[in-house]
Design a protein around this ligand. Structure first.
Ligand code: ZN
Ligand code: ZN
Length: 327
């Protein structure tokens, strides 16, 4: 069995990793160690990890390195598979090839470019691990973390890389000009619109996304919408935890939060759960009416009673009924 070469961090990388650890810890995450990191050729890595994607785009951090996680056997109530902590491999051959190909575009020496590039790729892959694994309030993203959610995963990996390289000319140039594809559909440039947002905001949203991913069956696209919004954390938490259909609804508390976005989140959560367009429209209408204070507690209760009386809980057909009544 082939063994990959362990990566030896540079002094500069260790300092930056300490800074990352402090950043995440200050925001409630627990980091008592870092993941395994290897530095070897793509070919060797493929022997150890046969499922590595062969034909990935050349101008992304994940062509030059990878965060490899595997699925576990457990399944949660929502039937999503659990995941295991991943390892990082930086591909020595691809990093060197990339530098040779691009050398003429830089004024620095080949060795300086190579060191800087490897550093940026390391931070990107650490970004994957940081968003996936370190615990927050006793839980992490073990469940619901899926390779198909490319936008959310790459946004966090690229953001972490950006935070690490900000202010370092060569590293920043490599990330923004060479590892951020301009093609609109690429998940690797989706972070750009978020670089102005505070780290505290992005990390508190990471906590929310991990927490509600399974139970609300959040999608990659919806998660990205949430990341772009100016949300008040407690509004979102409230919106997720207090459906308008829950009997113990505290309408006053809901109203006093006064953030329409929270209602939209609520509506989107429901629309994901029900998966029907009519429900989306209905929920938006209901939530908007509440947000605009056109529906008071008594009236809302009447709507809910009407639903209870006429709705088929299984098919949720009554929702369409109410929709027809012009709500
Ligand atoms: Zn789950
Ligand atoms: Zn990535």
């Amino acid at each position: 069995m082939i063994k990959l070469n362990a990566y030896r961090f540079s002094a500069k990388e260790l300092v930056k990793m300490g800074w990352l650890k402090d950043l995440f810890q200050d925001n409630g995450f627990v980091i008592d160690r870092f993941p395994e990191v290897y530095y070897d050729t793509f070919k060797n890595a493929s022997k150890v990890y046969p499922n590595l994607e062969q034909h990935i785009n050349e101008d992304t951090p994940d062509y030059l390195g990878v965060y490899i996680f595997e699925y576990g056997d457990e399944k949660c109530e929502e039937q999503c598979r659990s995941t295991k902590e991943g390892v990082i491999v930086l591909f020595s051959d691809r990093i060197q090839d990339f530098c040779l190909r691009k050398q003429s575009e830089f004024s620095e020496s080949l060795i300086d470019i190579e060191n800087a590039l490897r550093e940026v790729v390391l931070y990107h892959e650490l970004g994957h691990w940081l968003s996936h694994w370190p615990y927050y309030s006793g839980s992490n993203w073990k469940c619901g973390y899926s390779a198909k959610d490319r936008i959310t995963h790459e946004v966090y990996a690229q953001l972490v890389a950006y935070w690490c390289v900000e202010g370092n000319r060569l590293n920043e140039l490599l990330l923004r000009e060479h590892l951020t594809p301009k093609i609109p559909s690429s998940p690797y440039n989706k972070y750009e619109i978020l670089v102005g947002k505070s780290k505290v905001d992005m990390l508190s949203k990471l906590v929310l996304l991990r927490k509600y991913w399974c139970s609300f069956q959040l999608t990659d696209e919806l998660a990205y919408e949430l990341l772009k919004m100016d949300l008040i954390e407690k509004c979102v938490a409230y919106a997720f935890e207090n459906s308008v259909r829950k009997i113990q609804l505290n309408v006053q508390a809901l109203k006093s939060l006064g953030n329409e976005i929270a209602f939209q989140v609520l509506a989107m959560g429901w629309s994901c759960e029900n998966g029907e367009l009519t429900c989306i429209e209905y929920d938006f209408a209901l939530c908007k009416l509440l947000a605009l204070r056109l529906l008071d507690e008594t009236e809302l209760r009447e709507v809910l009673n009407f639903e209870k009386k006429y709705c088929d809980e299984n098919s949720r057909k009554g929702i369409r009924l109410i929709h027809k009544f012009g709500l």
